[in-house]
Ligand binder design. Sequence first.
Ligand code: KG4
Ligand code: ZN
Length: 339
Amino acid sequence: MATILAIESSCDETSAAVCKDGKMLSNIIATQQIHQKYGGVVPELASRAHQQHIIPVVEEALSLAKVSKKDVDAVAFTRGPGLLGALLVGTSFAKAFTLARNIPLIEVNHMQAHILAHFIPSDKDPEWEAPQFPFLCLTVSGGHTQIVLVKDYFDMEIVGQTMDDAAGEAFDKTAKILDLPYPGGPLIDKYAKEGNPDAFKFPEPQIPGFDFSFSGLKTSILYFIRDKQKEDPDFLQKNMADVCASVQNRIITILLSKVKKAAEEYKIKQIAIAGGVSANSGLRASLRAMSDTLGWKVFIPEFQYCTDNAGMIAIAGYHKYLKKDFVGQDVAPLARMSF
Ligand code: KG4
Ligand code: ZN
């Protein structure tokens, strides 16, 4: 029996979750609104907001789970990768809590946790099942874009990754060009639903292997909008849905053509997606359509476990707890952290 309290503070979400024997009892996420007006996350403001949120968020997670502090068996926290000042808040909290209660401390890699979110049983989906090892996971977030070969809970190999911008950044930077607020992904997704994905053609980069590139796409969107606005200053207002649908379509084709290639190379038919961009409705729909034609079994986490959340840290922590994989009080957060 193990009750794990988990903390996530790597970027602009302060989150705490409680899981008992691998079942999620609560997953509280406080999203910081302060960054919206800056068009991106301001690291110093993120750290300050984490400090304000962390205690109330943990209190709420414990109370929703009906678990008292003394019933917590271990605390899992995000050690990295992420913003160092932001990570320090969660790390310090986890260290203090475990020191005070004399219980184990568990470090979690944020990117592994995005993938392990697939092992959180769903309350909403009666058909839920976890993927079987090995499977391929497309991890797409604001900071990362990776194709990962997942051989076991903590045995993962990155087989492809972005050479420049992450997929989430491609959404966010496009939103900035289109004068939409941060984070851009959800809004582009919303507009895209009303638009024609074939209205405008944006280039597909020619990158060898399973790697990605999004910086050329961003530049082509910038020039495209600038040229169109010269002809018609109201171009964007008139064509927002079509522009969003076309950009989203290109980002999805860039991502899924590499996933298809990797699936063929590794002869794997279980395909998972993880990270904030896996919330994208177009990506989900395209993946489902591909699974029908290619005979894939597709795994998409519940929405609340797609973007940054402590639930994924809790499930990763639970599997480390079973292996007694603990760390000491001398542990420090890492802005960059490999698998
Ligand atoms: O995983 P995440 O919450 O944080 C990081 O670790 O980066 O991912 C955040 C990213 C942002 O770039 C945001 O624009 C994107 O996920 N995102 C979306 C959607 N929801 C969030 N992108 C496309 N469509 C969405 N519906
Ligand atoms: Zn993330």
